[in-house]
Design a protein around this ligand. Sequence first.
Ligand code: 3PG
Ligand code: MG
Length: 398
Amino acid sequence: MAGFRTLDDIGNAKGKRVLVRVDLNVPVSDGKISDFTRIERIMPTLTELSDKGAKVILLAHFGRPKDGPDPVFSLDPVANAVSAMIGRPVAFAADCVGKEAADAVSAMKDGDILLLENTRFHKGEEKNDPAFAKALAANGDIYVNDAFSAAHRAHASTEGLAHLLPAYAGRTMEAELQALEKGLGNPARPVVAIVGGAKVSSKLDLLMNLVKKVDALVIGGGMANTFLAARGESVGKSLCEHDLAPTARQIMIEAASAGCAIILPSDGVVAREFKAGAANETVAIDAVPVDAMILDVGPKTVETVNQWIDRAATLVWNGPLGAFEIEPFDAATVAAAKHAAERTREGKLISVAGGGDTVSALNHAGAADDFTYVSTAGGAFLEWMEGKDLPGVDVLKA
Ligand code: 3PG
Ligand code: MG
């Protein structure tokens, strides 16, 4: 890929100690990994390097430990999951620097894979402390970053290390950067963005950037209520950041001057309680009862959204249209996701989606596999959509 060194540029990797930064920050519930997507995503890089005879040394963080080593945040169980998926042994070292790590690395044979303990057990990681980066670098000849989803952090293992060793993008990083380039960097037009989720306040920078870049912006989820209220609609008991009305108006003004159409819901599914199966009705958006809350956009809105998807050459999607985690308020998100999946399958649409909730919503709709690219990144995907430079990506630029 232009501008980045990839695994193709490494040359002969045999016998080389390759430090590979991966994202193994997988969701765990009841002590079990509940989603293996991030582990799946690193398989191409791991397999390729191991097949080439490199000594593959994995660096990763897990959770947000506050005070040094803590068994709750140990990567030890994750080593088994990686091993099971790749079908090769994956050794584990109880520290990512120092004697423990050095001994484990010197015991490696060509093609072996080793996972080092959580980098965040050391304060130097998040501080991007050069001394800590140097201690990490002591175990490698080459650095590969395959963790786009952690690339918004300027940490020692995501940024500092790239200054100390020859640095390359892994296969997943490469695929992610290519997909994102197609999504917003240099997209086929028209570009339509769907942005949903609860709060405008968490996505202000995102909305401001998008109205300058896309041809149409669909706003759904709780955040649409703030826009509706800013336009003078009464949204009853709906989630709404009334104090952000001026900001919402500003975004609509910016959109108008940039020639970006803003699509707000024209109808909504309302209920009196936030609960799966709650009694509900569909109402026009100017007829929301004072004691009800909007939990999903209505079928008319879905029709409009689908028409915009039909017009789009490129779709970028972040955030659900309604409270998709409780049925039946997942209906609009599921319908639009299925429609985008179908258009993509037919070769008529490039669809790029990302963000934690978005991925579960698309999985729930059975649509994720048909999308052109679904990013597992949360914060990093948002920052990319906000037009920000990601330190872990910048440092890989050739
Ligand atoms: C993520 O899960 O979004 C990444 O692994 C980054 O984790 P962080 O938000 O704790 O830095
Ligand atoms: Mg996060």
